[in-house]
Design a binder for this molecule. Sequence first.
Ligand code: SF4
Length: 350
Amino acid sequence: MSDLLTVSNLSVRYPSREKTGWGKPKSYVSAVDDVSFSIARGETLGLVGESGSGKTTLGLSVLRGVEPSAGRIQLTLPRGTLDVTALSSKELRRARRHFQMIFQDPYASLNPRMTVRDIISEPLIAQRGLGESLDRAMINARVVDIAQRCGLSRDQLRRFPHAFSGGQRQRIAIARALVLNPDLVVCDEPISALDVSIQAQILNLLAELQESLGLTYLFIAHDLAAVAYVCDRVAVMYLGQIVELGPTRSVYFTPKHPYTEALMSAVPEPDPDATLRPILLQGERPDPSNPPSGCRFHTRCRYATELCATAAPTLREVANGQFAACHYATELTLQGAQDLRERKDERVAV
Ligand code: SF4
């Protein structure tokens, strides 16, 4: 499969609120620091890490929802390569038909004053305003088709969001994101605001839509079981950097970075009689405006040596398709989330 998205050396820095006497920011918080990865067409890449690791900022910056401070984002489309970082604001609005986002909270992301039909058709009408030739019949046909694919009936298009449950609202949000038939969809914690009983339905819906529409997903989540279920590969973030990247099975069962090992030890155990052996990380998460020297994880890593405090490891391939940013990635024998083995192979029934 050829790459659809290529991200090279992407950084996002936010200025601190404190100013110098000259009115300039005293420091910068590096939310994403020199991140590079790619996603193949039709693939799902998971992005995991604890709160504040930079997952959502990275997802937003890929769509230019926040402006990158440095780096390049490219989409390889049938008609040629689109340099997303170089687009003017008008070009960016037009290019949004190629990439869309599904947000975490379906209660906050839908306008309560608009009918479901108006909500789903909004992106099409915006594209028509930018010069796309779309008449009312074409818009209507597209809205009905995507709504039905998302499990919504024609009758429901006349109603307002308040008449729907959380799972149905997320179906509306998914229909709105997919109505332009985008190439890339960034899913930002798409199930975390939903009841557990509904989460499997939405995951299955995303998987079905990916298959039928040929979608590519960047799937951001802190639910490691959900990521294992839907993702082909996983990237693990810590303090704004990718510390491990590889096929889902490899990252879960044979992690090569100590932070991944700690994350995997916290994956919920489905057997109520089994006991979890979580690896408790030492200390607090460091301040992102003043990250530790050398390996950023060294203040909490149980394998750290003197070298780790002074030399920053680079992300390098340490096994087949598996990359890790750890000096000792090939020497350490780390524990994986073995208990997920059965769950990954089973599709949850809708
Ligand atoms: Fe731990 Fe050192 Fe590896 Fe960093 S480089 S993850 S501190 S062992």
